[in-house]
Write a protein that binds this ligand. Sequence first.
Ligand code: C6P
Length: 415
Amino acid sequence: MPHPTLPYDVEAVRNDFPILHQEHHPGTPLIYLDNAASSQKPRQVIEAMNEYYRTTHSNVHRGIHKLSESATLAYEGARKKIRSFINASNWREVIFTRGTTESINLVAQTWGRANLGPGDVVVSSVMEHHANIVPWQILAAERGFSIEYIPVTSDGQLDLEVYERLLTQRSVKLVSVVHCSNVLGTVNPIADMARQAHQHGALFLADGAQSVPHMPVDVQALDVDFFVFSGHKMAGPTGIGILYAKRAILESMPPYQGGGDMIAQVTLQGSTWNELPYKFEAGTPSIAEAIGLGAAVDYLGQLGMTTIHRHEQSIIQYALERLSEIPGITVYGPDACRKGAVAAFTLERIHAHDVAQLLDADGIAVRAGHHCAMPLHQHLGVTASARASFYLYSTPSEVDKLAEALYKTRRAFAL
Ligand code: C6P
């Protein structure tokens, strides 16, 4: 099968990622296809963090010495890069967290605790990552609201008729839905869904963990109220993520954690809160990680998110074609033009963990299991799937090697 034409020189891009040039086992090169779990980091990100520790490290917002001022400038500079990357209208709407999981928990524990009670409904979906189910379940048990889930259709889409019905028939306060599924790859029509939610007086949270790394995202155009994502899936470091929310909503929300930096004034009788975004950033933040995420955003911006998306569309289309040749395979989710660069699959009569283990022996790193989406796997009727997920440095030759290794896996099981 001929290789697709790619929008950029992928080998030149791969040269930026040191880890991609190592052997996975002696004599076997690494083929990294676990990017939905976490992506690799370019030299530019690694060096930005090293440089910060070599020359600038100090605590932020606290010192009046030069190092602290420089660290603060770099940390706040990163926030401004991220503001522009997602087109938030103001840098105060960009809150640093530890990642998507913490961002959703923050919204649940602050906005949710203040606004949700008996009779209220939060709408989520069957294709959510656990990070967008469990925080709502924990709070619902305490506050007495209910959670309704939008079902998934047989072609891996959200059932939007049921969504419409839920909005009309129930007292929905919040819709919290994934932008791009980490298993099916489905890209959900977030802008339309947010508009419908607003028409019924509900707020809208989009989980962008699997969209921001792979496609242009404009939070104002989407008109979402909350948008959350993680640095480590978008060429940035672990331990850093973002909660974007509209300013008026953030102003109305109580703080999340108490401690340093989030206060205006503390007396033994009580405290008042700092202005945004610091109200939600208690304690010494992940300074080097924020700077690393700023460098990642620079890196992605230089390649261009539209171009990265085009590259990944070519790769996933080619991957779906190659995978469809393999006897006994089921690939989950919609066709290539309606999904991100994720292919979760099962091979008839071979457990997903065995598939992943045999692929690993050939140097191919994929994830196997429920991918923190157990309800979705229950819906699919399987306990586990294997998942190949691609990124801006993935190549058609890697897809070929995956396909060859899957044929080999079948032979190993005498199929
Ligand atoms: N999914 C995967 O292998 P954290 O762990 O906080 O960075 O991201 C959580 C998360 C939330 N939503 C979606 C859609 C996600 O995909 C993830 C992380 C990884 O699929 C690790 S479980």
